[in-house]
Design a protein around this ligand. Structure first.
Ligand code: GLN
Length: 453
């Protein structure tokens, strides 16, 4: 723990932590030492972790990287983090992210962008670490935490993992409790780990997962020993390559990476099969309707009364307006407006209801493939390697949304997905491949990912 604390300050240029908690970390580490000395202890005894600022941490400021709750100190702990602490893990601090997890680069954070510890060959241009869990991925890649807890609504664990050469898994919807996590889009949000290896991710997920009576959508299923699956045989597994993911304009290096991943799985005994997921092209537009609709509803609670900051006005309406105008960043305001629009009378059927129907079709695509004997689907995690800060955050927000083209489908379908480092771009930057599994089939994903790692 002391070594990690000492490493955080010199890595300040990465802006990965929005709050470091060294005193608390040392206190937790001492308690852990005492348990170990007594021969007690859990699976994560003494392991120092960073936590995305979406997770409520008792007595430790939790902001979702938004101005509107910049001074919020919860009096409760999220279920996922309390599970980590009860296994003996140590809190190093809270990690940077896009505001309310809305973004793919960490550039929408009220605390400024986090920076990717990787550099392009021969370039001084700093890179984004991806998002929204960009601080988590940057911190893991830079060795300023041993692992991190992130959240993934449409790719926020997997895309930053791919951009930083780390491993990230979004478990099946319902595998981890959402209780105590700041809500973005409740039917899509899931917690999961970002780690330096498949084995570490398996270890962390085992402690994060499990049923929680406080989240009615959490699944009452036993949590397997995921580490036992790492290194297991994948012989005879049928891996689907969805032809619709060969999107127009896919870069040759991403296509080559994908082929290489398939070869590695084939060499380890898997069978590679081309499959069709016909509704793939509707995943991105329908995601950006469903997610924004839910976000507009979830963010209604930041009204200057129940939560966070307040800017006074002449009457209550003006107070709401001033509070929300001052508290939310531009991207969050845009999403609240779009979400409100697609839910409004007259547009609800055309947008929100239509998107929900498309969501069912996307889910059915996967169900059909799985019923045909497909064990997992292999696809790229991202359309490119990490891009430069400012490169995609210009006037057209769709530039950024297009980053999520490969990751949002499985959130819409509720399925688990893991991103694993699989190679380097021509500029020497990490690239990731993604494996998508059956509902609650995370163990199988760890076995497959380990072959590619
Ligand atoms: N980039 C996606 C979005 O902005 C996903 C974010 C996330 O998974 N939290 O909605």
């Amino acid at each position: 723990t002391q070594a990690y604390i000492d490493a955080i300050e010199p890595a300040g240029d990465l802006n990965a932590y929005v709050l470091a908690t060294p005193e608390k970390a040392l206190e937790m580490a001492k308690a852990s030492d005492a348990r170990i000395a007594k021969g007690e202890g859990g699976r994560l005894e003494g392991i120092p972790l960073g936590i995305k600022d979406m997770f409520a941490t008792e007595g430790v400021r939790t902001t979702a990287c938004s101005r509107i709750i910049r001074n919020f100190v919860p009096r409760y702990e999220s279920t996922v983090t309390s599970k980590l602490w009860s296994e003996g893990a140590v809190l190093l601090g809270k990690l940077n992210q896009d505001e309310f997890a809305m973004g793919s680069s960490t550039e929408t954070s009220a605390f400024g962008c986090a920076v990717n510890p990787w550099r392009r060959k021969g370039s001084e241009q700093p890179l984004v670490p991806g998002g929204s869990s960009g601080g988590s991925a940057a911190a893991v890649a830079a060795h300023i935490c041993a692992g991190a807890a992130g959240t993934d609504t449409g790719g926020s664990i997997r895309q930053p993992a791919a951009f930083t050469g780390t491993v990230g898994i979004k478990p099946t919807y319902g595998r981890c409790s959402r209780w105590g996590i700041v809500a973005y889009a409740s039917s899509l949000d899931q917690a999961g780990p970002i780690a330096r290896s498949v084995n570490d991710a398996a270890l962390l997920l085992r402690s994060m997962a499990g049923h929680d009576p406080k989240d009615s959508t959490s699944a009452d299923l036993p949590v397997p020993d995921y580490q036992a699956a790492v290194g297991g045989s994948i012989k005879g597994k049928r891996i689907g390559i969805p032809k619709e993911y060969r999107v127009e304009g896919m870069s040759p290096e991403i296509a080559a990476l994908w082929d290489k991943g398939a070869d590695m799985l084939r060499d380890a005994g898997a069978e590679i099969v081309e499959i069709s997921l016909p509704h793939t092209k509707y995943a991105l537009p329908s995601y950006y309707i469903v997610a924004l609709a839910e976000a507009s509803s979830n963010l209604a609670r930041y009204d200057g009364v129940r939560y966070g900051e307040r800017v006074d006005g002449r009457d209550i309406i003006e107070m709401y307006e001033k509070t929300r105008a001052a508290g939310f960043g531009a991207e969050v305001r845009r999403r609240i407006m779009i979400g409100t629009y697609v839910l409004s009378a007259g547009y609800y059927d055309a947008y929100y209801l239509k998107a929900q129907k498309v969501r069912t079709l996307i889910k059915r695509d996967f169900e059909t493939a799985f019923a045909d004997g497909i064990d997992a689907v292999l696809a790229p995690t991202t359309p490119s390697a990490a891009f430069g800060i400012g490169e995609k955050s210009g006037a057209d927000p769709v530039e950024m949304y297009l980053q999520d083209v490969f990751t949002v489908t499985l959130n819409m379908a509720g399925l688990p997905g893991i991103s694993v480092p699989a190679g380097r771009s021509s500029e020497g930057l990490p690239l990731g491949l993604q494996l998508i599994g059956h509902p609650f089939g995370e163990a199988g994903l760890f076995a497959l990912a380990q072959v590619i790692e």
